[in-house]
Design a protein around this ligand. Structure first.
Ligand code: PEP
Ligand code: MN
Length: 353
């Protein structure tokens, strides 16, 4: 359930209504302040509350509405139609993800392999306009015999690359036991496709402060995905970015996955959360990545994650889908042109207070 306040509601009245909600109505208020509106989301058992009675508690209440979607906090209704933003502090400054901001680029290798390659990649992608370095320390692999990532030592190399470039770091956490260690280095914690419904992991990343990048499971419906996001939000972490990375379809021969770009407009109607597209896992082939990356920008994605490796032929994982740094530079230039046509500009966004 949400309470929509009238324009110009005084702060003291917002505070009084919030206090009254927790003291007399047994629900937790969660306030979001938009450009034109303040909306209070009600957390708790709202099934028995009468919207008309609530409406009568203040002349400043415009509407009391039930949120019909099962993914309450992730739903667009929960913010009364307003988009939210995820703001990530990095050494180079805060980066804003969301519909009201320019597209954010994230690039880097599938796995962190050694110091030289990660620093070189970080420098090259930074020069090309990326705001974040990606790279796996813990790798989810289909085969237990495949390279599993260098773990803790790779986290140290990511920290060195962050220090050298000021880029934010996005890396995957696969195990609840590793969250604290990964969060020491990562500016955003990635939950991979294979763990999208690892509910223990979702609850734990929801209970810590770093923003979460939630990849879509390879066989997940949009409802499954948004319910997974709801786990993180319900555990107290409002900063979730949704990443489409391709789903399994009957086509396996020419593309590794089928990149579901229709997820962008669909998510826009269903959720206020920022959206990311990963055309690297989405296609599995470097030659298709630029086309789908540009299509994703045209479709309106808020951010793009691309695998980049200084020497893809020698990569320890996902080499066939990695762009070389110069290919990424070119893609980044092309994206800027499309971005201008799509006309994304900084606008004031809704904030959780
Ligand atoms: C990755 O980002 O390298 C990765 C393993 O992604 P996904 O979980 O989408 O397969
Ligand atoms: Mn990969």
């Amino acid at each position: 359930m949400i309470i929509v306040l009238k324009n110009g509601t005084p702060k003291e009245e917002i505070d009084r209504i919030s206090q009254d909600l927790s003291d007399s109505w047994g629900v937790q208020p969660e306030k979001s302040v938009g450009q034109h509106q303040v909306v209070i989301g009600l957390i708790g058992d709202t099934a028995t509350l009468d919207p008309r009675q609530l409406q009568d508690t203040s002349p400043w209440i415009d509407q009391v509405l039930r949120v019909e979607k099962p993914f309450k906090r992730a739903s667009r209704e929960y913010r009364h139609g307003q988009a939210s933003e995820v703001v990530v502090p990095t050494p180079n400054g805060s980066v804003h993800f969301g519909e009201q901001h320019p597209v954010v680029l994230i690039a880097g290798p599938c796995s962190v392999e050694n110091e030289e390659m990660i620093i070189e990649t970080a420098q090259r992608v930074k020069a090309a306009g990326a705001k974040f370095l990606r790279g796996g320390a813990y790798k989810p692999r289909t085969s237990p015999y495949a390279f599993q990532g260098y773990g803790e030592s790779a986290l140290g190399l990511l920290a060195a690359a962050r220090e050298a470039t000021g880029l934010g770091v996005i890396t995957e956490v696969m195990d609840t036991a590793d969250i604290d260690q990964v969060a020491e280095v990562a500016d955003v914690l990635q939950i991979g496709a294979r763990n999208m419904q690892n509910f223990a992991l979702l609850k734990k990343v929801g209970a810590q402060e770093k923003p979460v990048l939630l990849k879509r499971g390879m066989a997940a419906t949009i409802d499954d995905w948004l319910m997974a996001a709801e786990y993180v939000l319900a555990a107290g972490n409002p900063n979730v970015i949704l990443c489409e990375r391709g789903i399994r379809t009957f086509e396996r021969k020419y593309a590794r996955n089928t990149l579901d770009l229709s997820a962008v407009p669909v998510l826009r109607t269903l959720t206020h959360l920022p959206i990311m597209i990963d055309p690297s896992h989405g296609t599995g082939k470097a030659e298709y990545v630029p086309t789908m990356a540009k299509a994703a920008i045209a479709a309106g994605t808020d951010s793009l994650m691309v695998e980049v490796h200084p020497d893809p032929a020698k990569a320890l994982s996902d080499g066939p889908q990695a762009l070389r740094p110069e290919q990424f530079e070119r893609l980044s230039r092309e994206i800027t042109d499309i971005d201008e046509v799509v006309n994304r500009q900084d606008q004031p966004a809704v904030a959780l207070v």
